[in-house]
Design a protein. Structure first.
Length: 253
């Protein structure tokens, strides 16, 4: 075997070991699908806009809600040289943040990025106290679909609340949708509200009017999402649920 082959094998073993550990913390479908080692933020249509907000104003804050191991935060720091002072991650489970350091072989001091445990629904958390009205960009990746309609709307209102509200400030993210909008029961996550394009537009209209913000909604839907992990285990959404992948940006006008 070549030296390159050895490095690949070691890397694969490292990632699989940490996948098993992450699965023990909580068996999210995205853990089964190795999403935690993919940098998805740079693939979004709004990525150039996100970057320009962060690069032209070094006071502009990017907040990743439900950041898990913090892969996209690290991408912005290492690949785009965004100063860590502009990067913040909020995550329900401290274990995922700790696992991120084990995965990326770094420490909180080395990254310099504030990643801290918080529950988006906790009105007394640092997230609510310190981030409300402070952010230019809020990232919610595979996050909003974790909740039923009522909780999802509450979470979305909080995301809007983190923005400064200047024209161009943006929430970006992705979530599982469905060709048939509605609430679906997932064996590990629980009741998930999944949208189609029409219900997603109505949802954000409601969030906009409840928060008093004028929001432009853009969304791309991929109907051909493969929802089974490469090993064929950790099955995600049954085909009859017609799951889709939605990538969205919600921009302040
Ligand atoms: C499905 S994972 C997605 C992780 C990451 N954003 C990604 O795309 O790879 C959802 C993350 O949201 C976190 N989460 C769930 N409920 C939360 C809450 N109420 N407040 C903050 N984070 C939460 C979970 O712990 C988990 O890390």
């Amino acid at each position: 075997m070549t030296e390159h082959g050895v490095v690949n094998k070691l890397l694969e073993a490292h990632i699989k070991r940490l996948q098993d550990k992450a699965w023990e913390i909580f068996p999210y479908p995205c853990i089964g699908l190795f999403e935690f080692v993919k940098f998805n933020l740079p693939t979004y249509p709004a990525y150039a806009h996100v970057l320009s907000l962060l690069q032209r104003d070094h006071g502009a804050v990017y907040l990743d809600v439900g950041c898990c191991v913090g892969q996209d935060l690290r991408y912005l720091r290492s690949h785009e040289r965004i100063p860590p002072s502009q990067l913040v991650g909020a995550e329900l489970q401290q274990e995922f943040i700790d696992l991120g350091h084990e995965l990326f072989l770094d420490s909180p001091e080395e990254t310099g990025i504030r990643m801290q445990a918080a529950d988006i629904f906790d009105a007394h958390s640092w997230l609510e106290k310190e981030m409300r009205g402070k952010c230019a960009v809020v990232h919610a990746s595979y996050f909003l679909h974790l909740f039923n309609y009522a909780r999802q709307r509450e979470a979305a209102e909080r995301l809007v609340g983190y923005l400064r509200g200047r024209p161009g400030d943006v929430i970006v993210g992705r979530m599982i949708g469905s060709a048939v909008a509605g609430e679906y029961m997932h064996p590990t996550v629980g009741v998930m509200m999944r949208h189609d394009l029409a219900s997603f537009g109505k949802f954000w209209d409601e969030v906009g009017s409840r928060t008093g913000r004028k929001l432009k909604v853009e969304c791309q839907i991929d109907p051909n999402t493969v929802r089974v992990s490469p090993e064929g285990k950790r099955f995600d959404h049954p085909p009859e649920e017609k799951a889709t992948e939605m990538v969205f940006s919600i921009t302040c006008e």
